[in-house]
Design a protein around this ligand. Structure first.
Ligand code: AMP
Length: 148
């Protein structure tokens, strides 16, 4: 039997405040919300990090997140100011992941106190460094495409 807490939620072995369920996706309320109506959307596939999840499961997730934004009326404000929301997906302890089953947080952002707080250690633009990195990444991507 899987020890994964989110697998147990999917199977109904432990309770959850279920929202949307599809063939590939399950969503429910976070029980330690950072803001009211903080939701979690998870694939019905147990993998710790994003790269462990098959594409078909990932493709099913964002439409569920979008539907939840509508249910939470987060779609009402179409201007940049005022109420917003964050979609967050953590990978690894250093990146603040506690549950090793991929999950997307949908977190309403109504004020500066509640919801997600973001540290953003932006560095000054360095075109030379970026250009070198870009070449390396293009080569890595071409390598991946060749293997597909
Ligand atoms: P993360 O830090 O990205 O791994 O987030 C894990 C999230 O799962 C946290 O926000 C927890 O509050 C939430 N969580 C853990 N156990 C449960 C549970 N049984 N039901 C709902 N949410 C949970």
């Amino acid at each position: 039997m899987s020890a994964c807490i989110f697998c147990k939620i999917i199977k109904g072995e432990i309770p959850s405040f279920k929202l949307i369920e599809t063939k590939l996706t399950y969503s429910f309320l976070d029980i330690q919300p950072t803001a009211e109506a903080h939701c979690l959307v998870i694939p019905k596939y147990c993998g710790a990090k994003l790269h462990n999840i098959p594409d078909e499961y990932l493709a099913d997730i964002l439409p569920v997140v979008k539907k939840l934004t509508k249910a939470l009326k987060l779609d009402v404000n179409n201007t940049p100011s005022g109420e917003g929301y964050n979609v967050l997906q953590n990978n690894g302890r250093i990146a603040h992941q506690e549950v090793d089953h991929v999950h997307f947080h949908l977190i309403p952002k109504k004020d500066t106190e509640s919801g997600l707080g973001v540290g953003w250690p932006a560095q000054p633009t360095d075109f030379e460094k970026l250009g070198k990195l870009h070449k390396e990444l293009q080569a890595a991507l071409a390598d991946i495409d060749e293997k597909l």
